[in-house]
Design a protein around this ligand. Structure first.
Ligand code: 6R9
Length: 658
């Protein structure tokens, strides 16, 4: 990239915390000062929030960068910290999980029950020959057994590798093979969009292609017919009959807790490795700090799937280590109707909601009348994760879901970072719509230019993390070299720029005039128009700020005069007329609107009105496919698409004008 990112969008609104929340917040501004004065001391204090069987001798060993060791010599058990200690403290009757299946069936699981189930699963896995250090693949729908399976692995020191239940046999078998998994935990199926969807036959196909799996443990969820082989055992015949007590053994702070594969779009997926003590310290602390979670009174709901890192860190390990009561939901937001999420918020009195921009924009498209039909008064804090949240979507979330009195925390982080890195603190920060604001206490982040030099306020460039953090990935499973090359060789010591090791996250960002951070999307997606680097996020946000637009995705397409030209795919809001001349007029208006908001350089060459956008299964827009459309190429690999019919919908339902 020849020039750092253009810095176009100018947002001046800011929303300070509600007084009552600030007065009673778990974390105050003092945390920033403490961490700045003594970063390692700060993290050692946060590690002290956990129960250790043996205290560590050294907080950080960074003698062989970028391979970190945190809490060296310490020993602890993750499941003990998530379950036993809460029961021992007298909270066994507290609800851990209010679970709701898509068909409407429910289960209420207390901490005492979750501990019993986890002990049974730990005993059953041990009986199946799994021991500390073995890998277990988990391929389950959003049912309580998914959390139980993860906790049971953690309890016996087996390293889990959760594979999202929507992935194909191909994706599953390559992940099983890469990790040499010994056992696969799955189900006959799960419910999606009102129908049972099969998982077991996908597992059969994947397991047949690998040679390490000894047993397949199958939860009965749908009751549909499944093929049965000699490796298969039923969960209800093994786990549910196993002894319900189990002594948790402590493991080294650097014992491998889990591998989670990032969905590489072209190359082989990367098995991101997380370990025990540092990971749990950071996800536990950030849950406490960023959600201001009060375990006695809050009801927390994260709408992610357990197959993504958000589900690992902020459904399983963060909330449970804090003793939270949470909601877990199996299905889709529009089954049986588009108010399903708001029914759930009302039914369980959800007070903290953590969801993704893609969902917020979908809700915007469906219209504010739907949430308005439900009582959302229990909500007190809203979170966002997964993509940059456009200022307009942020405002809609704040107004129509939070009724103007809930702080919105936009949390930036990655599978690789393990936990949240950049976010407002809800009792401290006056948050600006669309900005992740500042590195959390204990985190050092910056925005640098091509040469790795920090940009001044008002400038844009590459987001980097310049000091190690407890929940950082330790390596790529089985491939230290790729770990070095992917994350550590662009800036800093790994690029022969000085002595300090600098982690490059792959995202573009800018600092506003106050030094607050704005994420601009993956640098691979940045457009180069007439010599200016323009971020897709900023143009998308400008489009979404128009009242007729619900969602937008922007790509740079090859252009003979400008190098790349901006092409926008736009979903109009539900009530907007786009037939005939009305569509043409809207397109002209939107092009002018972008030019007016961001400047003439950002005016799209072309805007297409489309009914849907291609998204990954975790809800991120796949701009690569839209580039194929914009450049009239045949489509590349579409296997990670959430809905494979969407590209056809886009090509046939497209209204375009230039
Ligand atoms: C947690 C998660 C990581 C990538 C990351 C960035 C994007 C996540 C964001 C955000 C802007 C936020 N991302 N949160 N961009 N603002 N609040 O999503 O992990 O699936 O590994 O994705 O997602 O581009 O680099 P993961």
């Amino acid at each position: 990239m020849s020039e750092t990112l253009a810095n176009l969008l100018n947002e001046t609104r800011a929303f300070p915390p509600p007084d009552a929340l600030a007065a009673d917040a778990n974390v105050t501004a003092a945390a920033y000062d403490e961490a700045a004065a003594d970063r390692l001391g700060f993290w050692a204090d946060q590690a002290g929030r956990l129960d250790w069987a043996q205290r560590w001798e050294q907080t950080l060993d960074w003698s062989n960068p970028p391979f970190a060791k945190w809490f060296v010599g310490g020993r602890l058990n993750v499941a003990y910290n998530c379950l036993d200690r809460h029961v021992a403290a007298g909270h066994g009757d507290r609800v851990a999980i209010h679970w709701e299946g898509e068909p409407g069936d429910t289960r209420t699981i207390t901490y005492a029950e979750l501990l019993r189930l986890t002990c049974q699963a730990a005993n059953a896995l041990t009986d199946l020959g799994v021991s500390a250090g073995d890998r277990v693949a988990i391929y389950l729908p959003m049912i309580p057994e998914a959390a139980v399976a993860m906790l049971a692995c953690a309890r016996i020191g087996a390293t889990h590798s959760v594979v999202f239940g929507g992935f194909s046999a191909d994706a599953l078998s390559s992940r099983i093979a890469d990790a040499s998994a010994k056992v696969v935990i799955t189900a006959d199926g799960g419910y999606r969009r009102g129908k049972p969807s099969d998982l077991k036959s996908t597992v059969d196909e994947a397991v047949a292609r690998t040679d390490t799996v000894e047993h397949v443990l199958v939860v009965r969820r749908t009751g549909e017919q499944v093929n049965w082989g000699d490796k298969d055992v039923w969960w209800h015949e093994t786990v549910e009959t196993a002894a319900d007590s189990h002594e948790a053994q402590a493991f080294d702070a650097e014992h491998p807790l889990f591998i989670l594969y990032t969905s590489g779009t072209t190359a082989k997926p990367k098995g991101i490795l997380h370990t025990t003590g540092g990971y749990l310290t950071q996800v536990s602390y950030t849950t406490h700090a960023v959600f201001d979670l009060k375990p006695e009174t809050d009801v927390y709901w994260c709408t992610a799937d357990i197959g993504w890192v958000t589900g690992h860190s902020y459904i399983v390990y963060g909330p449970l280590s804090n003793g939270a009561t949470q909601v877990m939901y199996e299905g889709t937001p529009d089954t049986p109707n588009k108010g399903r999420f708001w029914e759930i918020v009302d039914r369980y009195g959800v007070s903290i909601l953590y969801t993704a921009p893609t969902l917020i924009r979908t809700m915007m498209k469906w219209g504010e009348d739907i949430p308005a039909e439900h009582d959302l008064s229990s909500l007190r804090l809203l979170g966002s994760v997964g993509e940059p949240i456009n200022p307009e979507a942020w405002m809609w979330y704040r107004q129509h879901i939070g009724k103007g009195n809930c702080p919105v925390v936009d949390t930036w982080w990655q599978t690789e970072t393990g936990g949240m890195m950049i976010s407002p603190l809800p009792g401290v920060t006056a948050a600006k719509p669309g900005s992740a604001m500042s590195p959390l206490p204990g985190i050092v982040a910056d925005v640098v230019d091509d040469q790795g030099q920090p940009v001044p306020n008002g400038g844009g460039g590459y987001l980097v993390l310049s000091e190690p953090w407890p929940s950082m990935l330790r390596t790529i499973w089985g491939d230290d070299q790729r770990f070095l090359e992917t994350y550590w060789s662009r800036f800093g010591a790994g690029a022969n720029q000085g002595d300090d090791w600098v982690y490059f996250a792959g995202d573009g960002a800018k600092k506003d005039d106050d030094g607050h951070l704005w994420l601009l999307g993956r640098v691979d997606d940045v457009m180069l128009v007439s010599g200016h680097n323009i971020s897709t996020t900023e143009v998308e946000s400008a489009l979404v700020s128009h009242p007729s637009v619900a969602e937008a995705a922007v790509v740079g397409a090859t252009d003979p005069t400008t190098g790349q030209a901006i092409v926008a795919f736009t979903i109009p809001r539900g009530n907007i007329d786009t037939e005939g001349d009305a569509g043409e007029a809207l397109i002209a208006e939107l092009r002018n609107h972008v030019a007016k908001t961001l400047g003439p350089i950002a005016k799209p060459r072309q805007i297409m009105l489309v009914p849907e956008l291609p998204k990954t299964r975790s809800g991120k827009i796949m701009r690569r496919l839209l580039r194929d459309v914009a450049e009239n190429r045949s489509l590349g690999d579409v296997t990670t698409l959430q809905d494979s019919s969407v590209m056809e919908l886009i090509s046939t339902g497209m209204r375009s004008a230039t």
